[in-house]
Design a binder for this molecule. Structure first.
Ligand code: OOG
Ligand code: MG
Length: 255
């Protein structure tokens, strides 16, 4: 099957840069999961060439709640860059996004290079810290609708990231309550156990995916485990906060 990887990658980059949505590709051209990751990689190469810096990886669809909300059934992964970082407790400018949504995340900071598949028992030993976080996802596709291939090509809707206080309390991750509030109102509630049974399993998955792709993740990288609950749409003025029991809180205000 022949598809124009470079053309799709630049169309996605432009859509992100202009904050203008585009039509899904998979509805007009069928492409494989492998080709979707090739598009994702091509798009990231453009962005690195334009000066963005890779700061880590994210997993998506690691919980039933997310798979059900988006109508997909497999785990996906994408890349985080420095331009996605928003300040904890700060203001987030919505105009640089198309139709942003917020979701609660567990964010890990790695302590050692990850260059082979890890076991669950080894996972914590590769970590420096963990933090409650909020991911701002923003699909480049119209109406936030996509196939698995489309969303992978679109770097898994990666867009913004707010990281709360770091700690080394990995034991707190065991079935901890996850709360997403907007304007003080509880809009989503879940548990860290919804993330593959335990968020450390996301690190194990990330190590396997990286190893299969023959990429080593340097020490000091972020790994986002995937949301435990569905995501919520953002509007100007919204105060958004995520609390993970035992880990604390992360927040921002939309302008
Ligand atoms: C894709 C990103 C999924 C997660 O945590 O499951 C994701 C999307 O929902 O648009 O980040
Ligand atoms: Mg996410």
């Amino acid at each position: 099957m022949s598809i124009d990887i470079a053309r799709i990658a630049s169309a996605l980059d432009q859509a992100a840069r202009k904050a203008e949505p585009l039509a899904q590709f998979s509805t007009s051209t069928a492409f494989s999961l492998e080709q979707a990751y090739q598009i994702q990689r091509a798009s990231m190469q453009h962005r690195y060439a334009d000066g963005e810096r890779m700061i880590g990886v994210k997993l998506g669809f690691t919980s039933r709640a997310k798979m059900i909300q988006m109508g997909v059934d497999s785990l996906i992964w994408g890349w985080l860059t420095d331009t996605m970082l928003e300040e904890d407790g700060g203001l987030v400018q919505l105009k640089r996004y198309i139709h942003p949504r917020a979701e609660p995340e567990v964010c890990f900071l790695t302590r050692r290079t990850i260059d082979r598949p890890l076991t669950l028992l080894e996972a914590a030993d590769y970590l420096e810290a963990v933090a409650p976080a909020i991911e701002i996802i923003d699909s480049r596709y119209q109406a936030f609708k996509f196939s698995l291939e489309d969303v992978i090509a679109d770097n898994c809707s990666s867009s913004g990231l707010v990281v709360g206080p770091w700690s080394r309390d990995f034991a707190a991750l065991d079935n901890a309550g996850v709360l997403l509030r907007i304007d003080g109102r509880l809009v989503q509630a879940g548990s860290t156990a919804a993330i593959l049974g335990h968020p450390l399993r996301s690190l194990v998955q990330a190590s396997q995916l990286l190893s299969r792709a023959e990429i080593a993740l340097p020490a000091g990288s972020l790994v986002m485990a995937g949301a435990a609950t569905a995501a919520e749409a953002l509007h100007p003025g919204a105060h958004v906060s995520v609390e993970i029991a035992g880990l604390g809180e992360s927040r921002f205000t939309c302008v």
